[in-house]
Ligand binder design. Structure first.
Ligand code: 3H9
Length: 695
């Protein structure tokens, strides 16, 4: 065996040369791999003992693609497209032997080989679009040539992988390999030689793109069909343009155009944000004082207190992961209703083909209801999900402490309350923490793990492990009112409500926030959630706009009117002059001077900058581990557009000096709530960014 570089080796088996990539963890195509492949092909060309080649990846992947950590830095030669050109132009047949992850540049490498065989665990994808890029090593030119334009467009613009069966059916691979891959690949290469099969250069294939050449309208149809999904993103349109070029230009020119689009995206802020986010999401589970080998406890049975929307949603997460759940509520009626809602949710998924009826029954079989808290004596984890009342929660934890076995973890799903105070009710505060799920809890990927003062490291490590098991993205936060996400969110809520009273119509504010990239603006969101959330009906006295609207029965979508009006059965907000009058009257009563010159820029600054400032305070107070964790929270819990990275990344992009200056401008106008965080001032003085704190 010859080690060409530390990441690629060449070995001969009879007359077949095996070029193997071994670059853990995922065989990313860094410089050592690119050089190894290029030199390996040259060596094989010159070696008269070698008649055909196999390219394969060792470990868990064929290759997960280009090394993302090299992006944004000057790229060392040889560049991947040149390496792939060398492979395709090799005069000896080259077989890609594929197992595991075959993504991005990895799949492009396989496409430059003359034949492809794969074992059953292989998955194939071009996820570049998720990094704000397009496949930049001729993937947009070669993939349509093997599987046709429509399938290629779907794969390239979604970034989602396909399995081995779909790969075979679509022509992406030639054969599914049985048994040991290396042996199968050598046998396949020998067969190619013995049958004197001609080398297949994908770049020269024309049959699969012929249809699209005759029907150019398919591109605009695809754009139209996916307009909602692509809104705000630059990369999907570039992907489509590149595939159009594959159809309309000769291969070489198409490749050139693809490179140009790739370079443009790479320079842009969207890809920078999405690449940053990729690492942020992987960093969030790394807690400095919780090493990887921290012992964890087994969680085999879970108890949930409260069969409401939240409790039910949380229960579904565990049932989906095969973990039995007992739900406790006070009345049979509540339990029946709660379990009914869970069943409806599963049935809906089954009717959409997302699971089988058998799955529905299996999952329902894992969820049981009980009216007796005593039944939680054998569970390993309890999550309390009753309404926000500190006395009620304290009482529940006191009871749980006496009921639950030693070694059971006790968690509260509170969104705001003091987890230390709740933990102090028990004789085991080191076993208590917050698990703050976001609504709907079976859908939203974010979980805030609230580390209380006395939570033990093992309990925290267990919470992180269980979050992974139920497929949540967990961010560890400390105890404060609203923790990280809601505390930041309160800033936007306050300012958007003030703006509306000062004269900006809800429609204008919502449009600014929607155009920024959020799925909806604050008022459409309030109508969706229900304006009465947190409203105290008994003590309501028209003191706030929320109270006024609720007292009038304008509760949001569910009552047909809120900040907007809604036609029966429709969720589409319609501007309502009546609400504008209600707002104007309320503002007059409050003595608020209204103006008609509120600009979109002011709205954006006032809705976004205080979020950033609060984030800075949260970092300063060590409530979150690092700024990028706050970005992960905002992207997954609050709809922050991923192509803007998250509020802290966005702040770095805008420039912290500009954020500081804007905070000061509004502080002079509105007072203390706009006081810049000490950390913001410090970073500006030191010429640093939030990104410098992400280590
Ligand atoms: C591309 O190919 C461009 C070309 O078209 C054109 C070029 C000219 N690079 O996610 P995990 C690291 S763009 C560097 O925790 P999993 C990751 O950071 C690329 N590092 O494991 C982590 O490190 P750490 C297109 C990478 O099993 C470790 O590997 N490809 C890369 O849940 C384990 O990762 C992609 O976008 C990479 N490409 O998932 C693929 N990939 O341990 C992106 C992973 O220090 N990657 N790492 O935190 C993935 O989708 C998943 O990581 C994968 C494994 C499915 C591979």
């Amino acid at each position: 065996m010859t080690e060409i570089t530390s990441a690629v080796s060449l070995e001969k088996k009879d007359n077949i040369g095996i070029l193997a990539i071994d670059n853990p963890p995922v065989n990313a195509l860094g410089i050592k791999v690119r050089k190894g492949l290029a030199d390996g092909i040259e060596m094989a060309e010159k070696d008269s003992d070698i008649e055909a080649m196999v390219i394969m990846g060792r470990g868990r992947a064929f290759s997960a693609g280009a090394d993302i950590r090299e992006f944004g830095k000057p790229m060392e030669e040889p560049h991947l497209p040149d390496v792939l050109g060398k492979i395709e132009n090799c005069s000896k047949p080259v077989v890609a032997a594929i197992q595991g992850t075959t993504f991005g540049g990895g799949l492009e490498t396989a496409l430059s080989c003359h034949f492809r065989i794969a074992v059953k665990n292989a998955s194939f994808g071009l996820p570049e679009v998720k990094l704000g890029l397009l496949p930049g090593a001729s993937g947009t030119q070669r993939l349509p040539r093997v599987m046709g334009v429509e399938k290629a467009l779907n794969m390239i613009t979604s970034g989602n992988p396909i399995g081995v069966k779909e790969a075979l059916d679509s022509g992406l691979i030639d054969e599914i390999a049985e048994g040991e891959l290396e042996d199968a690949a050598v046998a396949f290469a020998k067969k190619v030689l013995s049958e004197k099969r001609p080398i297949v250069k994908v770049s020269e294939k024309e049959d699969q793109i012929a249809y699209a050449r005759e029907h150019p309208e398919i591109f605009d149809e695809f754009r139209k069909k996916n307009a909602r999904r692509f809104r705000g993103f630059e990369a999907p349109e570039a992907c489509i343009k590149a595939v159009e070029a594959a159809v309309n230009k000769p291969f070489k020119e198409g490749v050139k155009y693809e490179r140009q689009l790739f370079a443009e995206l790479m320079e842009g802020s969207q890809s920078a944000a999405q690449r940053y986010y990729f690492f942020a999401e992987r960093q969030v589970s790394k807690i400095p004082d919780i090493p990887k080998d921290t012992p964890t406890y087994d969680i085999n049975k879970v108890g949930i207190i409260g069969a409401g929307t939240m409790g039910g949603g949380i229960a579904m997460n565990f049932a989906n992961a095969g973990i039995p759940v007992k739900i406790v509520d006070q009345k049979q009626d509540f339990l029946d209703r709660g379990l009914g809602v869970i069943r409806d949710n599963y049935e809906r998924s089954a009717s959409k083909g997302k699971m089988t009826q058998d799955d529905v029954e299996k999952r329902m079989g894992l969820i049981t209801g009980t009216m007796s808290m005593e039944d939680l004596s054998d569970v390993d984890l309890v999550i309390e999900a009753v309404y926000e009342n500190i006395d009620l929660k304290k009482d529940i934890f006191k009871r749980l402490d006496s009921i639950c076995k030693d070694g059971a973890i006790l968690a509260t799903n509170t969104s705001y309350l003091d987890v230390n105070e709740i933990a102090a009710e028990t004789g085991r505060p080191e076993w208590v923490l917050g698990l703050h799920f976001f609504s709907p809890a079976n859908v939203m990927r974010l979980l805030e793990i609230v580390r209380a003062e006395k939570t033990s490291k093992e309990v925290l490590a267990t919470a992180l492990a269980i979050a992974r098991k139920i497929r949540k993205i967990a961010a560890v936060v400390g105890v404060c009112y609203g923790f990280a996400g809601n505390r930041m969110f309160a800033q936007r809520k306050r300012e958007s409500e003030r703006l509306v009273l000062e004269g900006a119509p809800p429609t204008q504010i919502d449009k600014v926030i929607y155009d920024f990239g959020f799925p909806m603006g604050p008022f459409a969101l309030a109508d969706l959630i229900g304006i009465d959330v947190g409203w105290d009906r008994d003590n309501s006295n028209s003191r706030t706009l929320q109270e006024v609207l609720c007292e009038m029965g304008r509760l949001g979508q569910k009552s047909g009117a809120g900040y907007y009006k809604y036609e029966k059965g429709s969720r589409t907000p319609i501007q309502d002059p009546e609400v504008e009058k209600i707002i104007a009257d309320f503002a007059a009563k409050q003595g608020i001077k209204r103006r008609d010159d509120i600009t979109d820029e002011e709205i954006l600054e006032r809705c976004i900058y205080p979020i950033i400032n609060e984030g800075a305070k949260i970092i300063e107070e060590k409530i979150a581990v690092r700024p990028s964790d706050l970005d992960v929270i905002w992207v997954n819990g609050y709809g922050w557009p991923i192509y803007r990275g998250g509020p802290m990344f966005y702040a770095d992009l805008v420039g912290l000096d500009k954020v500081l200056e804007t905070m000061k401008k509004y502080e002079a106008k509105f007072g203390d709530e706009w006081k810049p965080a000490g950390l913001l001032e410090k970073l500006v003085n030191e010429g640093k960014k939030f990104g410098d704190l992400n280590g």
